[in-house]
Design a protein around this ligand. Structure first.
Ligand code: FCB
Length: 414
């Protein structure tokens, strides 16, 4: 059966500045230099044997240094040509705060012009820009003042957002204020496994609260500068399932879902759309859930397309249009990505059919990049386009063509 997506559906891919641009000087690049050796040693215990055998790069400290990344800062024209050829009509990227405001209160005009050219390059190709304002990285001065653990952080962020929105408001309609607050606060302020490496419940609460204040001030500022702007958050909403006996399981699954959606719920009244990042199902059980090896990604995440349907149905009640701001798979040999894309989009189609107002799908990611959540580094390959990090050569993967067919036809065979 052929399923037609709604007219004007947006099809594209997402990236983030630090993961693709290269040569950033921010809180992450500092952290990488300090921690690369340690991370390479820890790979022995952090990853399973099959992953270690398949991706020995994880034992090389260079894997944990973003360096030139995918050199997208210089190659964005070439990359957008590829996106256009693949039928994308939208693209999500982030503006790097540390480039725009390298010193507190001082704007770097060159960087501001750079992103203006990036936005124009997208528009010239008929690609709608979605601009992310905070995809986890910050200027070093901001971090030296305590990052999100400090009360002044919200005012700093608001000033940056005001500047960026005022500069580009004529060319940009869609603003995504923050990316996955729950994941970044979890790893960065509770577990301590990514910058700024803060730990414990107190830091988590402080970080979360200030980030929320910052978001609120930023969202209000955007509305004030451009009342017709579309505003959202890219929320990580993976599917959680707790298995500890039937009734209790449902209660605990609901509790986990509730906790991971605190920011989502609190942010709704400031947003005009709801961003959903969905990757996998997490089964929490004792004894440990044994995943079918044919259903796991290179990161060991379970491939579970029905999960995106369940998640979409669960956010329908909020009454906002839904944009799938991320969905993708670490799959170095591209053996599972074609099916992953198709199966997830079939579930999206099903959700639309059942009444969810989904308006966009961004695949994560356009390019192979520096996979920075939890400091994983270069070895997990998320790109529709393969990047040879030594030569920066781009090679379009078969899955990209599979996805392109759906984008171009605005339809899927299910
Ligand atoms: C998400 C991040 C994104 C990317 C994917 C794989 O948590 O938002 O930057 O790395 O995971």
């Amino acid at each position: 059966m052929r399923y037609e997506f709604p007219k004007n559906f947006l099809w594209g891919a997402a990236t983030s500045a630090h993961q693709v641009e290269g040569n950033n000087h921010n809180n992450w690049s500092e952290w990488e230099k300090k921690n690369a050796e340690k991370l390479a040693r820890e790979a022995k215990t952090k990853y399973a044997k099959w992953q270690q055998d398949k991706f020995p790069e994880m034992f090389d400290p260079a894997n944990y240094i973003s360096g030139a990344a995918s050199d997208h800062y210089n190659r964005y024209e070439e990359d957008f040509d590829i996106a256009k050829s693949l039928g994308h009509n939208t693209h999500r990227f982030s503006v790097e705060w540390s480039r725009v405001e390298p010193e507190e209160g001082k704007w770097n005009e060159e960087a501001i012009e750079h992103y203006r050219t990036v936005i124009k390059a997208l528009r010239a190709r008929g690609i709608e820009p979605f601009v992310m304002l905070w995809h986890w990285t910050e200027p070093i001065w901001f971090n030296n003042q305590g990052g999100w653990a400090t009360l002044s952080s919200a005012a700093h962020f608001e000033r940056f957002v005001r500047k960026v929105v005022s500069e580009y408001k004529d060319q940009v309609k869609f603003w995504v204020v923050v990316n996955e607050p729950n994941v970044s606060m979890g790893y960065g302020y509770y577990v301590g496994s990514q910058p700024p490496g803060k730990k414990g419940v107190i830091n988590l609460i402080r970080g979360y609260t200030n980030l929320f204040f910052a978001f609120k001030r930023a969202a209000r500022a955007i509305k004030e500068i451009e009342p017709s702007a579309e505003i959202g958050v890219a929320n990580s909403v993976d599917y959680y399932e707790v298995r500890i006996g039937s009734f209790k399981s449902r209660v605990f699954s609901a509790i986990v879902a509730y906790l991971t959606r605190i920011f989502l719920r609190a942010s709704l009244s400031y947003c005009t759309f709801l961003g959903v990042n969905y990757y996998r199902r997490n089964v929490i059980s004792f004894p440990k859930f044994q995943m079918d090896a044919t259903k796991r990604t290179d990161l060991g995440w379970e491939i579970f397309p029905e999960g995106i349907y369940t998640i979409l149905m669960s956010v329908r009640k909020h009454g906002l249009p839904v944009y799938i701001t991320e969905n993708g798979i670490a799959d170095g040999d591209d053996s599972r990505r074609p099916t992953y894309v198709r199966d997830h989009l079939a579930q999206v189609a099903r959700a639309i059919n059942d009444g969810v107002d989904v308006r966009a799908y961004f695949h994560w990611s356009l390019l192979d990049n520096f996979e920075f959540p939890d400091m994983r580094g270069f070895w997990p390959r998320f790109g529709l386009v393969e990047v040879d990090f030594k030569t920066q050569k781009r090679t379009i993967r078969p899955s990209a063509y599979e996805y392109a067919k759906i984008c171009k036809e605005n339809a899927i065979e299910i």
